[in-house]
Design a protein around this ligand. Structure first.
Ligand code: SF4
Length: 378
């Protein structure tokens, strides 16, 4: 377990962020928020996948007007993403959202920010102050322009980090003048190295909880690498109190990957099966890639933590099998099924999938019975 950097705590509805609370997972809908049914359905879908907080865009008054109906159909706390128009923040707070996101790059007038602060204070609604690389560049800072012309990426990154921290400092002066501390911070960019530098600097400068993520990360294939590179590094340093992975794809993937990342780092206990599989090599005698995909599909829906290994030969197979709850070592024409390290059955190639899945079901039921026993004892 990586030690976490201490931060203040804020509550977003029933979900705490920071102050040692478990790292929460959030995502964002990609429906038009004024389409109540589509938005509520996607919020529920994201919550079912494991999102603990969901953000919705509110570019127009008809979007904030839809919020009460959406809030009535979902149970996960909702965050209104506000840009340019402070009125949207006031309307969203009035509608009952649990958090507001403001962008200092496009909502700057102190009087307007103060009106949002007053509304949020009255309703005990926290605010995320989220700077983005894209909106910083609009400030046309001379040092940033010079750095951008530099051929050295490190110069550019250093100036951007400086600007991000300065922007947050300036913005938060208004908050602090009004003694408003229900704040979460973020600094986002598509550049994973810059995201790491920026979040390190913000974490060193402020004690507000930090929302970490790589924005505009791209399609799944490349976005995954950018996101995991940045978030993995930060989380391993104890930086980050809530995570959002963002892809140009179905947002359910964002939630699935955020869960897997937190579990892989030991920052969240698994509640679903973990599948490990050999990468295959010249020793392989079965179509292990297809078999692994079939096993993965059959594991979905099982809601207990168990480790399943699908291995292609005896080189590493028995070793991995010993560490797994259920394992298959597939060889030429036959496979060996292990349960908790013990060799249980030898089956033909055509029986391997079903035999493995039968053992998985049996172990899952044992774990469920054990969990129920613990709950009853409590
Ligand atoms: S388990 Fe066997 S088949 Fe799979 S990668 Fe290792 S050596 Fe190759």
């Amino acid at each position: 377990m990586f030690p976490r950097r201490p931060t203040r705590q804020v509550w977003v509805g029933s979900v705490p962020i920071g102050g040692g609370a478990p790292i929460s997972i959030q995502s964002m809908t990609n429906t038009h928020t004024h389409d109540v049914d589509a938005t509520a359905a996607q919020v529920r879908q994201l919550a079912a996948a494991g999102a603990e907080l969901v953000r919705v865009a509110v570019p127009d008054a008809r979007d904030t007007a839809a919020l009460p109906a959406i809030l009535g159909q979902v149970s996960v706390p909702l965050i209104a993403d506000v840009h340019y128009r402070y009125e949207r923040a006031l309307e969203a707070v009035e509608a009952g959202v649990h958090k507001i996101r403001l962008n200092p790059g496009n909502l700057k007038q102190h009087k307007q920010v103060e009106r949002v602060l007053a509304a949020c204070r009255e309703r005990r609604v926290p605010i995320r102050v989220g700077v983005n690389e894209g909106s910083l560049v609009e400030r046309a800072d001379p040092a940033l322009r010079a750095a951008q012309q530099s051929r050295l990426a490190a110069d550019r990154r250093r100036e951007l980090v400086r600007l991000m921290v300065e922007t947050l400092e300036e913005y938060l002066r208004v908050f602090e003048k009004h003694d408003f501390h229900d704040v979460v911070l973020s600094a986002k960019t598509p550049d994973a190295a810059l995201a790491i530098d920026a979040c390190r600097a913000i974490s060193a400068r402020f004690d507000y909880p930090l929302h970490v993520g790589v924005t505009h990360a791209g399609p799944l294939q490349t976005g995954r690498i950018r996101s995991v590179a940045a978030l993995g590094a930060l989380l391993a340093e104890g930086i980050g109190d809530t995570v959002r992975i963002s892809y140009a794809d179905d947002p359910v993937h964002e939630v699935e990957d955020a869960k897997e990342l937190l579990c892989a780092l030991g920052l969240r206990a698994r509640v679903e099966p973990e599948l490990i599989a050999c990468p295959t090599c010249g020793r392989i005698e079965v179509d292990l890639v297809a078999l692994t995909e079939q096993v993965r599909a059959r594991l979905s829906g099982i809601k207990v933590p168990l480790k399943v290994a699908v291995m292609g030969c005896v080189v590493n197979g028995p070793g991995e099998a010993e560490g797994a709850d259920v394992a298959l070592c597939a060889g030429k024409g036959k496979g060996i099924i292990y349960v908790r390290g013990e060799q249980k059955r030898i089956v033909s190639e055509t029986e391997m999938l079903e035999a493995l899945c039968d053992e998985v079901q049996a172990v899952a039921q044992q774990i469920e019975r054990g969990q129920a026993g613990v709950r009853n004892a409590e």
